[in-house]
Design a binder for this molecule. Structure first.
Ligand code: CP
Length: 314
């Protein structure tokens, strides 16, 4: 794998290989010395044009665990504020001898441009581009589901026959898009639930079922329910009458959570709007994987970086 830009590019064997490699990386977490020498001597730049807590720090931890040298670039405080373009910024950084670029950008397609326009000649990992894709988030979500369901016998397995419901602001969600491709590639059945205004426009292009009645879908006892953040920063007009109504109809409220099977995993990519798309009873419950998702993100990103920089699995 040269770049990781989209989960749509991953074949099933490739995706399972990355999840298995993440399992190998996870074995380092309990050691007194967590570092591996795998990427010693290589330099990775984390190019963040958009805010992030989990993804940015998780990539940095993953890079340091693999002994890479790390440069953190935040657009705020850089020459981007003087008008420097993505192309010039990337070329300036790679001229200093960078071996791979991790990029988060507000524009859908920014990672593709960096990888495919010939501006730079190093591997590119998409850490979230606009409303398009967030492939490492989907990989860590798949890893988390597989680990909860199959435990220590996860290796080599997909998510065959599992039913995953993704709920909320689908229209603006790169997490939903990356999960739609990856989870179905791994054999899961995916249902997306949102108000009609927050379902994607080109519905037929997604390999998923789309619904608007959350209670009807939850009554089928899915294996996992993934609640999405309402992305107020991307909403330039009203997509639902009020937050109160959204929460009542499409939020995982305490009342809805109480009706959920105890087997159903409760997921959220974070950051959460508690009380809007998810209640604290659900987010902090034993069914919740929110903190596990964050922890697993480090292992998955170690596996992805190892793969793009060495061309092999761990
Ligand atoms: N899930 C996620 O991408 O979170 P951050 O925006 O904090 O990186």
């Amino acid at each position: 794998m040269r770049h990781l830009l989209s989960t749509a590019d991953l074949a099933r064997d490739e995706a399972i290989g990355l999840l298995d490699s993440s399992e190998d990386m996870a074995t380092t977490a309990d050691r007194a010395h967590k570092k591996l020498p795998a990427l010693r001597g290589l330099t990775i730049v984390n190019l963040f044009f958009e805010d992030s807590t989990r993804t940015r720090i998780s990539f940095e931890v993953a890079e340091k665990r693999l002994s890479a040298d790390v440069i953190n670039f935040a657009a705020k405080g850089s020459s981007v504020s003087k008008g420097e373009s993505l192309k010039d910024t990337a070329q300036t950084l790679t001229a200093m001898g960078v071996d791979a670029v991790v990029i988060r950008h507000g524009a859908s397609g920014a990672a593709y441009q960096l990888a495919n326009r010939g501006w730079i000649d190093v591997p590119v990992v998409n850490a979230g581009d606009g409303t398009h894709e967030h492939p490492t988030q989907a990989l860590l979500d798949a890893y988390t589901i597989r680990k909860r369901v199959h435990g220590s016998s996860s290796r080599g397995k997909g998510l065959d026959g599992l039913r995953v419901t993704i709920v909320g602001d689908i229209a603006h969600s790169r997490v939903a898009r990356s999960n739609a491709w990856l989870l179905t590639t791994l054999g899961a059945e995916v249902t997306m639930v949102a108000p009609p205004t927050l379902l994607p426009h080109a519905r037929e292009s997604f390999p998923v079922v789309m619904e608007s009645d959350l209670d009807a879908v939850l009554a089928t006892n899915p294996d996992a329910v993934m609640m999405l953040r309402i992305q107020k920063e991307r909403m330039h007009h009203a997509f639902f009458p009020s937050e109160r109504e959204f929460s009542q109809l499409w939020g995982l409220t305490a009342e809805r959570f109480a009706r959920l099977s105890e087997r159903t995993l409760v997921m959220h990519p974070g950051p959460m709007n508690r009380g809007l798309e998810i209640c604290s009873e659900a987010a902090d419950s034993p069914q919740s994987t929110v903190i596990e998702q964050v922890a697993n993100g480090v292992f998955v990103r170690m596996a992805v970086l190892y793969s793009v920089l060495t061309g092999s699995e761990a």
